[in-house]
Design a protein around this ligand. Structure first.
Ligand code: BGC
Length: 346
């Protein structure tokens, strides 16, 4: 080979190498990047509460047009709490069949959200029998996940599954680690790459995180509920005994109040970093018995702060006691909508 050709070849090889180098991206585990990316896409969401998780006596009706409004406001996902355990929806004895009609109802809801370009989380909510008798109800719990996962297996990645809302009572932290891992294994048989949200024991809050064992899985998102200070967010809540005495509690966005929030999330931030798992705030909200100014301050600070931490979030909730929308008057609580979606961090 002539010296010119040799130099030419070396030059080409060097160019190819340098091109390869400049084009090569940092090596992330591509699957993990997907969970983080999907959590980023979840962004700002809202819970369709008091609807499919409710008992008939307190169930709000569902209006698929609400999803259009929700998307137009600027939300990017909806969380749909669902009680599959209700006797009109599934069999309580083996083979624990979820009735086709109810699965079709949920498919209608999922499709309506997707049509509006909303991501959607479906879960298991108010499974009281499971909380009261975990071992006795385990087969039913796993069978229901097997059926739901199979039914939705061909859906796009903008549909996410959340294993269980707020484990508590006899479903202890140790049992929750066992049950959630088994449910995940069941889901993975038909949905190997679907993003799954994993909550914490002891009612889903920050305090249950220290007990949580996080399975090694590329498509997990950690989900946490936040209602602190509870005496502020749940003042006058009819379902919380003694909460009448908390009426009048305010939240003033003081440095101390902000510091308490940051303290509460210390472990979550640490776990997210060390385990490389993205975080979603699945519920946060202050009940309508609190004064509106405090609710706005609390909601605004938290939404902006969650975003600063790269947490996605879903406000509790759309149109009931914590709601931002009055379905009868068809009006919004504009201050709360702005606090969630428009106001900057004060
Ligand atoms: C429950 C709701 C309740 C909310 C705030 C949710 O997890 O399902 O019934 O209103 O928490 O307490």
């Amino acid at each position: 080979m002539k010296p010119f050709n040799v130099y030419f070849c070396i030059l080409i090889a060097a160019l190819m190498l340098s091109c390869e180098k400049s084009e090569s991206k940092p090596v992330y585990h591509s699957d993990r990047e997907t969970a983080t990316e999907i959590n980023r896409r979840l962004g700002r969401g809202i819970n369709i509460g008091n609807t499919f998780e409710a008992q008939p006596s307190w169930q709000s009706s569902f209006d698929a047009d609400d999803f259009r409004e929700i998307a137009e406001l600027g939300f990017t996902h909806v969380r749909i709490p669902i009680c599959w355990e209700r006797e009109d929806r599934s069999k309580s004895t083996s083979p624990y069949t979820i009735y086709a009609e109810f699965l079709d109802t949920i498919r209608f809801v999922v499709d309506a959200a997707l049509k509006n370009k909303l991501h959607i989380i479906i879960n298991m909510h108010h499974h009281d029998a499971l909380m009261a008798d975990p071992q006795g109800q385990k087969a039913r719990f796993l069978s229901q996940w097997q059926q739901i996962a199979n039914y939705f297996k061909d859906y796009p990645d903008s549909l996410l599954f959340e294993i269980l809302n707020e484990p508590h009572d006899k479903l202890t932290p140790a049992l929750w680690n066992e049950f959630s891992e088994e449910a995940l294994r069941t889901i993975r048989k038909t949905n190997p790459r679907r993003c799954v949200l994993l909550g914490t024991a002891e009612w889903g809050g920050v305090s249950g995180l220290k007990y949580l064992s996080i399975p090694s899985d590329e498509y997990l998102i950690l989900t946490i509920h936040y209602y602190n200070p509870f005496q502020f967010t749940h003042q006058g809540a009819e379902w919380v005994e003694g909460s009448e005495a908390w009426l009048g509690t305010t939240w003033n966005d003081t440095p101390e109040e902000r510091k308490a929030v940051k303290e509460d999330f210390k472990l979550a931030l640490q776990v997210s970093k060390t385990k490389n798992i993205p975080v979603h705030i699945g519920e946060f909200g202050a009940y309508s018995k609190a004064d509106m100014e405090s609710r706005v301050r609390w909601t605004r600070f938290l939404s902006r702060w969650f975003e600063q931490q790269s947490f996605s979030w879903a406000y509790w909730e759309w149109n009931a006691g914590f709601g931002i929308y009055d379905p009868h008057a068809k009006t919004y609580k504009t201050e709360l909508v702005n606090a969630l979606l428009k106001d900057p961090m004060p």
